[in-house]
Design a protein around this ligand. Structure first.
Ligand code: HEC
Ligand code: HEC
Ligand code: HEC
Ligand code: HEC
Length: 417
């Protein structure tokens, strides 16, 4: 994809540094990390930075890893450690400053530490942030340092454009929107001027109205050109997040790799026996198959007394939420079942749809109302179902159009309305 440098993140090291270096041996990009070092001599394990010549400018790119991952790293890689990112940042920028026009930090530190770093080290021009707690895209500015981060999970490709006629430090940047707006207006004025001139020429006789308009357009044009002069020799930036959605065509070469990965990893998947298939069972048989020690008893157990809720629920997408993911590769289903089934992580173990017992399939009554074991004889159910319950699954990523009021209408439980 044409990367110049890639920062090492804590998840890249999950299988150990050896695994990562083996994987990236043939890579055409450079892995950088300034504070991931050998424990014995504090020598960087990867290159701490790269310096690239881009459009005649020397751009230094270095990477930092959050030192709160130090204990986890040392479990896998006792020979490595992570140095304090703030101190490391200062020593790196000190050593490359004189060779670089611009310094870019690829940061894994998260929003608040990025901000602190920018305050403490004005030598960094641009921080491209990842990791940490943020779930939203931000472009912010701390003094003259820009911090840009996008939403996680690779849904967007971020782009920052610079125009830098004046490289004297400290480089001061203006956001280009005001200038761009003037340029757009100028463009429109020029188009209209050409149009009018053509109309006058075509008519072949003087037209007072058109002549007046032409004069007005020309004076406006001069005014804008004068205003634009004020922006000359100034440095600008602009940024855009490009959504990488279905409208962007898949690269056939990459897709081939993904297919190969799917085929090979599917071989590693060991299917277990499907548990408790409900096909062909009568209601009585189904009820009999629900283990007595299971805290969840399934919608079928509620049917007898809450017939209307049950019938409505059957029609909702919640009732079918496990079937929806059948098309997904089996080895990947476990990740989906966190939200596309009931009691995941709380009860039993299942990794694929065909392993889930029927009373845990889909988003059952008990995901919202709590365990139904012992109700109504011994206990009441949760009747207040709050927004927080929905948000466990209807996250911003998975349910971007979620609206509590509108969605509540469609769950089959608001019988009064
Ligand atoms: C964090 C919870 C969560 C995880 C994890 C999750 N989903 Fe979903 N999924 C949802 C929610 C919530 C919806 C409903 C979104 C809406 O309609 O607003 C949904 C909707 C869907 C739909 C659309 C169904 C329709 O009726 O249009 C499909 C398909 C789907 N998910 C498949 C998957 C697969 C495959 C995985 C695993 C790789 C997965 N999901 C993982 C929560 C999740
Ligand atoms: C997605 C979450 C969700 C699921 C799944 C769900 N419910 Fe509900 N249920 C609610 C909410 C929210 C309310 C309150 C609705 C309202 O007041 O508009 C409610 C209300 C109820 C009530 C009335 C409670 C009262 O205080 O009077 C009953 C009974 C009920 N649900 C039973 C069921 C049964 C039985 C099922 C399964 C067949 C089920 N629910 C599935 C969320 C859910
Ligand atoms: C044997 C009949 C019976 C069964 C089975 C039953 N309920 Fe109830 N449910 C009741 C009665 C009766 C009430 C009213 C309790 C009260 O008002 O004290 C009730 C109340 C509720 C309420 C309102 C909150 C409360 O506890 O007062 C919810 C929510 C609810 N049930 C959900 C469920 C769900 C979900 C299931 C299945 C897991 C289920 N019920 C199974 C009889 C039943
Ligand atoms: C355990 C996870 C989970 C919880 C909790 C949950 N949902 Fe869902 N919801 C899903 C999944 C998964 C889907 C997608 C089902 C499918 O089509 O496969 C979904 C779909 C829906 C849909 C259907 C959307 C459509 O396109 O028609 C509505 C409406 C909905 N949920 C409302 C709610 C509300 C309201 C709450 C909270 C009271 C809630 N859900 C709680 C997982 C959950």
């Amino acid at each position: 994809m044409g990367y110049d440098a890639v920062n090492v993140g804590e998840k890249d090291l999950m299988m150990g540094s050896r695994f990562l270096t083996d994987l990236t041996q043939k890579a055409k990009f450079q892995l950088v990390s300034a504070n991931l070092v050998e424990k014995k001599n504090h020598q960087p394990f990867f290159k701490p930075y790269v310096i690239k010549e881009i459009s005649g400018l020397k751009v230094g790119i270095f990477g930092l890893l959050d030192d709160r991952f130090r204990p986890a790293l040392q479990e896998k890689d006792p020979g490595l450690t992570i140095l304090d990112p703030f101190m490391t940042s200062k020593s790196v920028t000190q050593s490359i400053r004189k060779n670089c026009d611009l310094i870019v930090l690829l940061s894994q530190l998260g929003e608040s530490k990025d901000r602190k770093l920018a305050r403490e080290n004005p030598q960094i021009d641009l921080i491209l942030g990842g990791g940490g707690e943020a779930l939203r895209a931000v472009m912010e500015r701390v003094n003259e340092t820009l911090i840009y981060r996008l939403e996680p999970r690779g849904g967007y490709l971020g782009r920052v454009d610079y125009s830098i006629p004046d490289i004297k430090r400290p480089i001061q940047f203006l956001i280009s929107s005001e200038r761009d707006e003037l340029e757009k207006r100028l463009g429109r004025l020029i188009t209209r001027t050409i149009q009018i001139k053509a109309e006058i020429a075509k008519a072949g006789r003087p037209d007072e109205m058109k002549a007046k308009e032409l004069k007005f357009l020309e004076s406006k044009q001069k005014e804008i050109e004068k205003n634009l002069m004020a922006f000359q020799d100034k440095n600008f930036y602009k940024h855009i997040a490009i959504p990488v959605q279905l409208s962007v065509e898949d690269d056939p070469k990459i897709m081939k790799g993904i297919d190969q990965y799917r085929t090979e990893s599917a071989k590693l998947y060991q299917p277990r026996a499907p548990s408790l298939p409900e096909k062909g069972l009568s209601e009585k048989e189904m009820l009999a198959r629900i283990p007595k020690d299971s805290p969840f008893v399934g919608a079928i157990s509620c049917k007898k007394c809450h017939e209307a809720n049950y019938r409505n629920w059957l029609k909702t997408k919640h009732a079918k939420a496990s079937e929806t993911i059948v098309a997904s590769p089996r080895y990947a289903q476990e990740e989906c079942l966190i939200c596309h089934s009931t009691g995941y992580g709380k009860i039993g173990e299942y990794a694929t749809v065909d392993e889930i017992p029927f009373y845990l399939k889909g988003v059952q009554c008990e995901t919202c109302h709590g365990s139904g074991r012992g109700h109504p004889e011994k206990g009441r159910m949760q009747s207040k179902v709050t927004l927080g319950v929905c948000r466990n699954c209807h996250t911003k990523d998975q349910s971007p159009t979620f609206n509590y009021v509108a969605y509540l209408e469609k769950i089959g439980c608001n019988l009064k309305k």
